[in-house]
Write a protein that binds this ligand. Structure first.
Ligand code: ZN
Length: 189
C-alpha cells in the first residue's frame, strides 16, 4: 500500500461522515495566504481558518514567485480577495540548501540547468520582507499595499509579524524626522 492509497482510503472514511457542502467559491474573509509546503505547518490551525474562508497558496519556502502572483491576480481580480498574508516559518528547508548547490545538483543529475530560480534564503526575516515587497510591487494586483508578513515558530506555534514599512509609513517617518519626532508607529500597511 502506497501513501497515496492510504490517503484515498482516509478520504473514503472522512467523506462518508461529512455533510454536503455548499460554500461559495469566494473566500469569506477575502484574504489569500501564501505559505511554505512544510508538513508541520497546519495553516488552518495556525490561523484558525475554516474551509471557505481563505485562499491558501503553498510552495517551497512560501516564496512570492511569478506563479504565486498569477494566483494572487486571479484571487483578487476574479474571486474577491483584498488582503495578502505571508507566513514563513522557523527551521525551513530552504535555509538548509543554497541556490548554487541545488542548481548544480539538478544540472549534474539531469544534464540541464533549471530555468527557474531556486530562491533559498539564509535570513528568515529578510526573506519575509522581500516577499512583502514583491507583492507591493506587483502591477497585476488590485490591492498590492494590503500585505503583511509573518514568521511562524514551528516549535512554539506562535506567529510573529515582520514589519516592513510601506510607502505611507515611509512618508510619515520622513515627515516625523523633519519635525524632529522619533518614530513610534511602524505598522505594516
Ligand atoms: Zn519551509
Amino acid at each position: 500500500m502506497t501513501a497515496t492509497d492510504d490517503l484515498v482510503e482516509r478520504n473514503r472514511t472522512w467523506s462518508a461522515a461529512q455533510a454536503p457542502s455548499d460554500l461559495p467559491i469566494q473566500p469569506r474573509l477575502h484574504v489569500a495566504v501564501v505559505t511554505c509546503m512544510d508538513s508541520r505547518l497546519d495553516l488552518f490551525d495556525v490561523l484558525g481558518l475554516a474551509p471557505g474562508e481563505a485562499h491558501v497558496l503553498r510552495n517551497a519556502g512560501g516564496i512570492v514567485t511569478d506563479d504565486v502572483v498569477r494566483s494572487l491576480a486571479i484571487s483578487q481580480r476574479k474571486l474577491g480577495t483584498r488582503e495578502v498574508v505571508l507566513v514563513h516559518h522557523t527551521d525551513c528547508g530552504m535555509q538548509k540548501i543554497t541556490d548554487d548547490g541545488f542548481r548544480a545538483e539538478l544540472q549534474a543529475a539531469s544534464g540541464v540547468a533549471p530555468s527557474f530560480a531556486i530562491e533559498t534564503f539564509t535570513d528568515l526575516e529578510e526573506d519575509v520582507a522581500q516577499s512583502v515587497r514583491r507583492v507591493r510591487r506587483s502591477a497585476f494586483l488590485l490591492y498590492p499595499e494590503a500585505v503583511r508578513g509573518f514568521v511562524h515558530d514551528v516549535a512554539s506555534h506562535e506567529l510573529r509579524e515582520v514589519v516592513v514599512p510601506g510607502r505611507a509609513e515611509r512618508r510619515e517617518r520622513d515627515l516625523d524626522r523633519e519635525r524632529g519626532v522619533s518614530p513610534v508607529r511602524l505598522a505594516a500597511s
